[in-house]
Design a protein around this ligand. Structure first.
Ligand SMILES: Nc1ncnc2c1ncn2[C@@H]1O[C@H](COP(=O)(O)OP(=O)(O)OP(=O)(O)O)[C@@H](O)[C@H]1O
Ligand SMILES: [Mg+2]
Length: 686
């Protein structure tokens, strides 16, 4: 069946359809924005997708940035000793009761919009500003979530600072990334003065696996703007998927580097489990090679020992429970090289630990009034930050077996502002409110009962468990016996207990690595050193283009018939490049050829469509949407405006798309000259 590109294309698809007939004269397009008069080409057999090894740029150090919703950090390792992971320098500042291996994802810009500070420094400086002055400063926190929640993300998407002022999200992200770049390079310069002058850094940026292509591209664009890498050296930046990075790290762990939650659950064979870990520890032939340097971690070799010891098979789920999202990945560990194969597309949702913070805010709203809380945040932003810090410390001490109440200091500014706004004091508000598990302590604190804390955690924790349970229902995941719980929120005793109670009962072994909050960051460094470690992924969506096929009566619906130059075409046909949930190996290519329609044409633009279903027939089917555009930038051909002596339609541009990497990639070549053609897929300009 002949296939040519859909109406709005500016080039001709040569195609891969097996039953292709001789090419007809091109149908003109009724829907072309700029009429393109597609020129015919003799169809060539499109090669089968072929596997190619990943191309690796030269580098001598990998720096990974784990850019989190609530906290961020970087780590690095040198190509000469890739598994010795150096953690970033300890950050300035910090909070009591909070380990600060990462720094809060808080950015402060001056009233003029210039960078002032990031992390604890930003948060504390903002906090200490005079309240009147603070209103002019641009303070951003938890802004990564905006990228996930915005459905029509573009390069112009705006972010709102705490004071209500807006600025382009891209600039906000770029400020943060530039901070990390400078911090990391400074540290590298100090450690290895000769290194950076002659050698290259490979940067790795982590994103949730459930992020869509536009969000991943957005991070890449922010990295270009921050000067992490240039657009010309795009391959020097890798996008790593957070649970995948954690998996890369977890697969190297041994039993004694893990906590098995079943050994903690009361009444569930506690002793037996503990013994298995202890004996494994004794049996371990190698001692954990710890570096002299306290910030350097050596990853142990011995892939697969964990699974052999645990008799849990070679397949496992990784649940990254972060501040913003819960992100799930299922991997199979392949022998003999320890590569990973994704068994089901990434899943999860916005069920991160900030859900607990939000529940606390809503609780305050129920007690003091939602309008009051909104006004207070706007008018006394520094005091609001104070209150969130106080809550964060208490949130981390909450546990399922705790019996005593928890006290949370209310800033004086809150008490004072409430009296001025509400006309009575906070104690009265608490007495009058319907919330009876929060009381006022005589020491000026909110006294929250255990039930109150449980209630704040409950929606988020059940959301996480529901996502994991839904994943375990999938046929691809049947028989998986091991779950790694990772990410900062995995430190929560509340979450650990609930996950173990719900999933332990299903026969799943739930384990938490030591250094659980740094698993993603360390894994991202390992991934940067060897991105080929994840050998096979599952496409999250079906991707393809719209094409014209020969119209076949009885097969194609009459409303899709288009008659041009006496030929009958079926329009809007969805030609699939890759199906949702399809396994795609790294380096595997889908090739299509296109040709410019007009002499001297400098650009071919082809719309990409996607959908969640595997079997959409037309680009007009429900659920199918335009998601991006493939562009091919053409150099003037040698010998004239187009290939000398060759009809314009004969200039074949062969595009090769890859769906097996962390981002969808495309390369293209001008077949007649064998020169590469600038090709890109833009997911942000819809
Ligand atoms: N012991 C604990 N109890 C409860 N919550 C905790 C605990 N430790 C960390 N958290 C929460 O975990 C979150 C931080 O986790 P992490 O650093 O993995 O998130 P992130 O990387 O910023 O977010 P994301 O990966 O979703 O973008 C914070 O919201 C923090 O409050
Ligand atoms: Mg994270």
């Amino acid at each position: 069946m002949l296939a040519v590109p859909e109406m709005d294309l500016q080039g001709l698809y040569i195609g891969s359809s097996p039953q292709r007939s001789p090419v007809p004269s091109p149908p003109a397009s009724p829907r072309t924005q700029e009429s393109c008069g597609i020129a015919p080409l003799t169809p060539s057999q499109s090669p089968k997708p072929e596997a190619r090894g990943p191309q690796q740029a030269p580098f001598s150090v990998v720096v990974a940035i784990d850019f989190g919703t609530t906290s961020s950090g970087y780590a690095f390792s040198f190509a000469s000793d890739p598994e010795a992971i150096h953690m970033m320098r300890k950050w300035e500042g910090g909070d009591p009761g909070v380990a600060h291996q990462k720094t809060p994802t808080c950015l402060l810009l001056t009233p003029e919009g210039a960078f002032h500070s990031f992390g604890y420094t930003a948060r504390d400086y903002y906090h200490d500003l005079d309240p009147e002055e603070a209103r002019d400063w641009l303070y951003f926190e938890k802004f990564k979530m905006k990228i996930h929640s915005t459905t029509d993300l573009t390069l112009k998407t705006q972010l709102e600072a705490v004071n209500g002022k807006k600025m382009p999200a891209l600039e906000v992200f770029a400020h943060a990334l530039r901070f990390f770049k400078e911090h990391a390079l400074q540290e590298l310069r100090e450690q290895c003065p000769s290194l950076l002058e002659k050698d290259t850094v490979r940067w790795v940026l982590t994103v949730p696996a459930i992020w869509k292509q536009p969000a991943k591209q957005f991070m890449r664009e922010a990295a270009y703007l921050a000067g992490l890498v240039s657009r010309e050296d795009a391959e020097q930046l890798l996008i790593a998927l957070e649970p995948e990075a954690a998996s890369v790290y977890c697969r190297k762990l041994r039993l004694h580097q893990l906590v098995d939650l079943s050994s903690r659950a009361p009444g569930r064979g506690c002793l037996g489990e503990r013994r298995s870990i202890d004996s494994s520890f004794r049996q371990a032939r190698e001692q954990l090679r710890r570096s002299r340097h306290s910030r350097t971690f050596l990853v142990e070799s011995g892939v697969g020992e964990l699974w052999a010891d645990m008799q849990a098979g070679d397949r496992y789920v990784v649940a990254d429970c972060g501040g913003g999202t819960v992100d799930l990945t299922v991997h199979q560990l392949e022998q003999p090289h320890g590569t990973l194969k994704e068994l089901y597309k990434a899943s999860g949702g916005p069920c991160g630990a900030v859900g607990v913070d939000l529940a606390f805010e809503q609780l305050l709203g129920r007690i003091f009034g939602e309008d009051f809380i909104t006004t207070f945040k706007r008018q006394r932003p520094a005091a609001w930050v104070d209150l969130t810090i106080a809550f964060e410390a208490r949130k981390r001490t909450a546990g399922p077996h705790r019996t005593g109440a928890l006290n949370i200091s209310l800033p004086f500014s809150f008490i004072d502002f409430y009296r001025k706004q509400g006309g009575h004091n906070v104690e009265t508000a608490l007495r009058k409110s319907s919330v009876n598990f929060v009381k006022w302590s005589s020491h000026g604190m909110l006294r929250m009962s255990c039930e109150a804390m449980n209630e704040l955690f409950q929606p988020t924790v059940s959301g996480i468990i529901q996502h994991i349970e839904a994943l375990l229902e999938r046929p691809e995941v049947q028989g998986v016996k091991l779950l790694f719980l990772v990410g900062g929120f995995a430190e929560s005793a509340m979450l650990q207990h609930a996950v173990q109670a719900a999933l332990g009962a299903r026969g799943l072994r739930v384990v938490v690595p030591h250094d659980v909050a740094l698993t993603i960051l360390k894994g991202a460094v390992l991934f940067g050193q060897a991105p080929g470690v994840v050998r096979v992924r599952r496409s999250p969506l079906t991707y393809g283009v719209g094409v014209l096929n020969r119209f076949v009566a009885g097969v194609h619906p009459p409303d899709k018939l288009l008659v041009r130059d006496g030929r009958r075409w079926c329009t809007d046909v969805f030609e699939r490049f890759v199906a949702a949930e399809q396994s795609v190996a790294l380096g595997e290519e889908v090739r299509r050829s296109y040709c410019p329609a007009r002499p001297g044409q400098r650009r071919v633009l082809i719309n990409l469509y996607c959908c969640a279903a595997e079997d959409a027939r037309f680009i007009t089917d429900p659920g199918v949407r335009k998601c991006g555009a493939l562009s091919l930038e053409l150099e003037p051909a040698e010998g004239g405006p187009d290939t000398a002596g060759m009809p314009p339609g004969r200039r074949e541009i062969r595009a090769a798309m890859q769906f097996g990497d962390t981002e969808i990639k495309v390369t293209a070549v001008d077949v007649s000259t064998n020169r590469s053609v600038r090709a890109a897929i833009d997911f942000l300009s819809n």
